[in-house]
Every structure is written in C-alpha cells, then in structure tokens.
Design a protein around this ligand. Structure first.
Ligand code: NAD
Ligand code: UGA
Length: 447
C-alpha cells in the first residue's frame, strides 16, 4: 500500500511533536493531526509562542511544517477517511472506576478511536498504536475494527513512543531506537515495511527494531518500569545516606561509573512525576496480577511505593523542622512542572508535597516559569479536592521569585536552571532536586 496521507488521532504531548518530526523528515507525506478538543486544535494553529505543548525546538519544527505538509484539524472523520495510515495517540490514564480502578489502564479513549475508525473507513487502513497500552490490546482493537467495520482490511501495528518531555524533539530526531511490532502474516509484514520506510528517512536502519506485536506493546511498559525503578532505587538509598553520612550524589557517581550500570537515571530527587511512570507501572502490576504473577506484581509495585515514600519524606522534613505545625508559616514552592523544560505538571511531585504542606497549615507561594497559573490552580482543585475559598486565602501564584526573602522556607521541587542562579537564603532552602551547592536540606545528604 502506498502511503500518502497520515492521520494522527490525539494532538497531545506525543501526537504533536511526533507527527511534526515525521512531517519534517517526510515532505512527501500529508499529515493531519486531529483531536476531540477543538480548543487544542485552535492553539496548535495559533501563535508559535502559545502552542499547547512547550518543548525546546518544537516551535521551529511547527513553523517549518505547518500548513505545508502538517495540518491540525477538528474534522476527525474526514482525516480518517482520507488516510492510509492512522496513528492512535490518545491518552491512556489509570482507570478511576470499575474493575481494575486505580491500577489498570483506562482504554476508553483508544476504544473510541477504534470505533470511530471502524465506522468511517471505506478503504483498507494501517492502524498504529502510538499510545502506551497493556500487552495484547491489539487483539481488542482488532475485534472492534473487524466487528464494527465496513468489511475493509485493518492491519494493526504497535509503535510505542519513547520520547521524554523536555527533550522530545532531540529524542525524536535521534532516537536510541524505534520499535515496530507487527503480525507475522504477509500483510502484517508489508505494513511493518511501510512504517519502517517512513522512519528510515532519517533514522539508521539498525536502530529500527521490528518485533511481534506483543513484544512491542510490553517493551514500552517494561522500559518505563526499568527507568522508574532506577529512580526509586537511588531515592531509597538517599534515605540511608541521610542516616549514615554517605552523600547520594557521590554514591550515584561511584555507582554510575560502572559501565554495566551506567550513569543515567541515578539522580536522587523528591520523587518522579509525569503522566506515565506511575500509570504504566500500575498497569504492569495489574497485568501481572491478572496473569496470577503476584510476586512479580509486588516487585514492581514497590517502585511506586518508594516514590510515594520519597515525596512524603521530603514534605515531612519541612513539617518536622517547624515542630509539626505550619500554621502561619510562609513557604515558597519553586517549580510545579514534573521536570525541567516542560509545561507539563501531570503527577508532579510538587502537587503532592505542596498539598501536605498546605494541609499542615502553611501559606504557599508557588512559582514555575512555564506552568500557567490556571494549570496550577486546576491541579490544586482536581488533586487536593479543596474548596476554592480555602485556596484563595492561603495560596498565591507568583510570576517572579522576589518574595523568597520574606518567607519562612523555600522548597525547590523542579530543577529549572534559573533556580540555580537565584540568590538564596541557604538556611531556609529545602532542595528537592539537589540543584544547589549548599542548602539547609538536600536529598540524601547529611550535614
Ligand atoms: P495527552 O493527554 O497530551 O494527549 C492526548 C489527546 O488525545 C488529548 O488532546 C485528547 O483530547 C485526545 N483524545 C482523546 N480521545 C480522543 C478521541 N477519541 N478522538 C480524538 N482525540 C482524542 O496525552 P500524551 O501525553 O500525548 O500521551 C498519549 C499517549 O502516549 C499515552 O498513552 C501516553 O502513555 C503515551 N506516551 C506519552 C509520553 C509523554 O511524554 N507524554 C511519552 C511516550 C508515550
Ligand atoms: C519518561 C521516559 O523517560 C520516556 O522514555 C517515556 O517515553 C515517557 O516517560 C513516557 O512514556 O511518557 P518523561 O516522564 O517525560 O519520560 O521524563 P523523564 O525524564 O523520564 O522523567 C520522569 C521523572 O523522573 C521526572 O519527574 C524526573 O524529574 C524524574 N527523574 C528522572 C529523577 O528524579 N531522577 C532521574 O535520574 C531521572
């Protein structure tokens, strides 16, 4: 099948940057990104400085491709109808109700995509899982497509995305690998080749890995679990460092210089955040339990439990410093994003730490250079479940950091570069990212 038109359903942190780079490297293709949220589409078509996703380098790629071979549209049906290849890049959050609530992935958005494709398609299509999904989801998608479709042929591929936010463009331009899983049938392998050809326009062939569908689906969950496991491992050791006088940064360096271990993902922190690590590990835990592998489930669950412990431990340090009650204390929160160089705050450690401080009585002043005031207030409303009246009295969102001087304590929760340059009052800084040479409290250092 010759590929000329691509549709991507889901214009989020993955759909937007991923398709922009594919469009940049494949000027012969016409790519249309669609989304159920028309405001998001409007923003993608709007000024480059207000794109819905902040990523270094993204605006330049959008400027080069938008309106040429990359289009953003809310006409989902038309884009599906015209495309030979459809990427599904919708969100797959943790289920909040029903069987598997709090653990399993909520597949309602992916299933809605499949139903929509089945209803609209009048020609054969290659349907690609770009979202992160439980292993064997392709089976479910195929069932929907074949049962509800119009008799056309659908080939399902798994092509998980490994980009990290904050470095998405670099990760897409020079990925460690691209993974494509397909059926071992003739039509399956033809579809795999069609997708390989698209990536091969800028990625060396030896970095394009092809596997069966289930290995591809499961590799994505496994990769995130292994990465998060390293963070929880180093964070668990940070607690022991604080008891013994060992220094976690020295420990990370010493461990990471062993080439069998490697130096990445050994930075101790207040805890990992982001929309994926926790939800993907919980999904893995659920899958293991589903298959009766209780010991394996418990092993991976511990990675999330240590992360919760680390966030809690950090907040408790501050509360204990003030004798257990923060009433009347002004605390500045520096950083709301889950890591630097992104405007994304989903599952950010800051949300949990700030909540604990607030509920211990503190008045909070929150500053982040990229996360908007609306997003911060939205997070507070959604996660803390506090009335807006209480919030109004004791929370202020800052657009600069000038009030640090007058505060009782400062908590650094995101490793933004600009925090390294602020003139700090070291005696009151709790550094949750170890960005400062000196502070009152740093993770895994005992003074
Ligand atoms: P996102 O929430 O930023 O974007 C998803 C978009 O899909 C939303 O804009 C939503 O409106 C849209 N959508 C949902 N259902 C739809 C439907 N039926 N029709 C049309 N549009 C619909 O999510 P994201 O961060 O881009 O993540 C998407 C997937 O990619 C998830 O499975 C995630 O685990 C995975 N992933 C994310 C990252 C990351 O860094 N964020 C990296 C790798 C993989
Ligand atoms: C992560 C993976 O790195 C990507 O490969 C994957 O595609 C993505 O999840 C996904 O599936 O969504 P991301 O969550 O964007 O990417 O960012 P990371 O750089 O992995 O950081 C995750 C969290 O771990 C952040 O809060 C970060 O501050 C924290 N972290 C990371 C540490 O605390 N220490 C480290 O050494 C590394």
């Amino acid at each position: 099948m010759e590929i000329k038109n691509i549709c991507c359903i889901g214009a989020g942190y993955v759909g937007g940057p991923t398709m922009a780079v594919i469009a940049l490297k494949n000027p012969q293709l016409k790519i249309t990104i669609v989304d159920a949220n028309p405001d998001k589409i409007k923003a993608w078509n709007g000024p480059l400085e207000n794109l819905p996703v902040y990523e270094p380098g993204l605006a330049d790629v959008i400027q080069t491709t938008r309106g040429k071979n990359l289009f953003f549209s809310d006409d989902i049906d038309n884009a599906i109808l015209k495309a030979e290849m459809i990427f599904m890049s919708v969100n797959t959050p943790t289920k909040t109700e029903g069987e598997g609530a709090g653990m399993a992935s909520d597949l309602r958005y992916i299933e809605a995509c499949a139903r929509n494709i089945a209803k609209i398609a009048t020609t054969d299509k290659i349907v690609i899982e770009k979202s992160t999904l439980p292993v064997r989801t392709a089976e479910k998608i195929k069932e929907i497509l074949d049962l509800e479709g119009n008799g056309v042929h659908f080939e399902i591929l798994s092509n998980p995305e490994f980009l990290a936010e904050g470095t998405a463009i670099q990760d897409l331009l020079e990925p460690d690998r691209v993974l494509i899983g397909g059926d071992e049938t003739e039509s399956g392998q033809e579809s795999v080749s069609a997708l390989v050809d698209i990536y091969a326009n800028w990625i060396p062939k030896d970095k394009i890995l092809t596997t069966n569908v289930w290995s591809s689906e499961l590799s994505k969950l496994a990769a995130n679990a292994m990465l998060a496991q390293r963070v929880s491992s180093i964070n668990s050791l940070s607690a022991l460092c604080e008891k013994t006088g060992a220094n976690i940064d020295e420990l990370s360096k010493a461990i990471g210089m062993d080439h069998r271990i490697g130096s990445h993902f050994l930075k101790a922190s207040v805890g990992f955040g982001g929309s994926c690590f926790q939800k993907d590990i919980l999904n893995l835990v659920y899958l293991c339990k589903y298959y009766g592998l209780d010991e394996v489930a418990e092993y991976w669950h511990q990675v999330v439990k240590i992360n919760d412990y680390q966030k809690d431990r950090f907040a408790q340090k501050i509360i204990d410093h003030f004798g257990g009650d923060l009433t009347g204390k002004r605390i500045v929160i520096l950083g709301w994003a889950f890591k630097a160089n992104t405007n994304d705050s989903r599952e950010s450690a800051a949300i949990y730490v700030a909540e604990k401080l607030f509920k211990a009585g503190a008045t909070l002043e929150i500053y982040d250079p990229m996360v908007s005031k609306e997003s911060i207030l939205d997070d507070i409303q959604v996660y803390w479940k506090c009335s807006s009246e209480i919030v109004k009295d004791r929370i202020r969102i800052l657009n600069k950091t000038s009030s640090i001087k007058e505060s009782d304590a400062v908590a650094i929760l995101t490793e933004w570069n600009e925090f390294k340059k602020i003139e700090f009052y070291k005696s009151k800084v709790f550094d949750g990212r170890n960005v400062l040479e000196e502070s009152f409290y740093s993770i895994g250092k005992n003074k």
